[in-house]
Ligand binder design. Structure first.
Ligand code: SF4
Length: 346
């Protein structure tokens, strides 16, 4: 999956918030990001669920010149992000033009991009060495060969693991973009994927691999919509999507993976084109509640539970979603759950 980040909207005319303050894993400094969407640019093939134009609301690809002209106007360093396409699949010269444009940004700026595992070679990784690359994000989606085939990803899990290993061995930070609810994918296979990535990370720093977790949504004008209409694919219901994302987050945190994001950025274009699947602007927050409650119930199945006041919103937000989930998991009435919670001071 290439496209996640927010848009460079004023200039591109899209309707997405502009900045996203992130922690760069390599430098531990916080740099505001400036994302550019290269909508499905140079993707080796079309993945069945993808329609970047509908996800981001951005259909025009900014040229390297456009990027350069935007970056020379900056006064402070930024993390320049190329999302929504397969950056390392770009023709060598065009890729270099984009990267050279990044060098016109204020000193201290970094660059990150998302790309396809098929376009990771040692020669490509070597060509990145003159640039301040903060992270290479790989659309992994799944490490189950059957799922990859149905999704038309065009490679096997072996190739994806080898691409991830090459990124890490070349000393880059790796971002793995995973998905839930793909055709043919099970909840256990997603957890198994995480274990494989943890094994690959080995003894490296935990922060050397970060994750994004996206739900598989059925968008208009995609092959997945056709599969669904033929009855060959059943999308996850919202509740199931939240539960699976929460479980994956729980397992990811247990394995020590920083999780950068859960769920897609909401855009008008996205909400207009979603036909089915676990689509909710607060999917990430609800998944965090599920992961938190899983942890609470592991430490004490029926309470009492002591929680920090900062975590109240995980239980009470979205019409008491977390408390209702606890009631469902424990079989206790909601009123009873509330009496078993103690709130610790900040
Ligand atoms: S690699 Fe697939 S999911 Fe990623 S942007 Fe290209 S077509 Fe979309």
């Amino acid at each position: 999956m290439g496209g996640d980040a927010q848009g460079m909207v004023a200039m591109l005319g899209a309707r997405i918030p502009v900045t996203d303050v992130i922690r760069t894993a390599s430098s531990c400094k916080r740099l505001p990001s400036i994302p550019f969407f290269l909508s499905m640019e140079s993707c080796p093939r079309r993945c069945v669920y993808c329609h970047q134009g509908e996800i981001t609301g951005v259909s025009r690809t900014p040229s390297p010149r456009f990027v350069r002209e935007a970056l020379v106007l900056l006064r402070e360093p930024r993390e320049v992000c190329f999302f929504g396409g397969s950056f390392t699949c770009l023709h060598e010269e065009r890729r270099k033009d984009y990267l050279d444009a990044v060098l016109t940004a204020p000193e201290g700026s970094l660059v990150r991009f998302s790309t396809h595992p098929q376009c990771i070679t040692h020669a490509i990784l070597d060509s990145l060495s003159p640039y301040p690359v903060s992270m290479i994000e790989l659309g992994i989606s799944s490490l189950d060969d059957g799922v990859l085939k149905i999704c038309n990803r065009g490679y096997t899990s072996e190739l994806a693991l080898s691409a991830m290993a090459s990124v890490l061995e070349s000393g880059f930070q790796l971002g793995a973009q995973m998905m839930i609810g793909l055709p043919g994918q099970t909840e256990d296979s997603s957890v198994e994927d995480l274990r494989k990535i943890a094994a690959l990370r080995g003894r490296r720093e935990r922060s050397s691999v970060t994750l994004r977790i996206y739900p598989c949504l059925v968008l208009e004008k995609t092959p997945l919509a056709e599969l669904m209409n033929r009855g060959a694919y059943s999308p996850l219901a919202l509740e199931e999507g939240v539960r699976r994302a929460g479980r994956l987050l729980f397992e990811a945190e247990r394995l020590g993976f920083p999780v950068q994001r859960i769920g897609l950025h909401e855009t008008e274009s996205l909400s207009r084109s979603v036909l089915a699947g676990p689509h909710h602007p607060a999917l990430g927050e609800m998944a965090r509640a599920v992961a938190f409650i899983t942890w609470l119930l592991e430490s004490s199945p029926y309470g009492p539970w002591e929680i920090n006041r900062r975590q109240i919103s995980l239980l009470r937000g979205h019409c008491k979603f977390g408390l209702r989930f606890m009631a469902e998991r424990t079989g206790l009435p909601l009123s009873d759950i509330e009496t078993r919670i103690r709130y610790a001071a900040l």
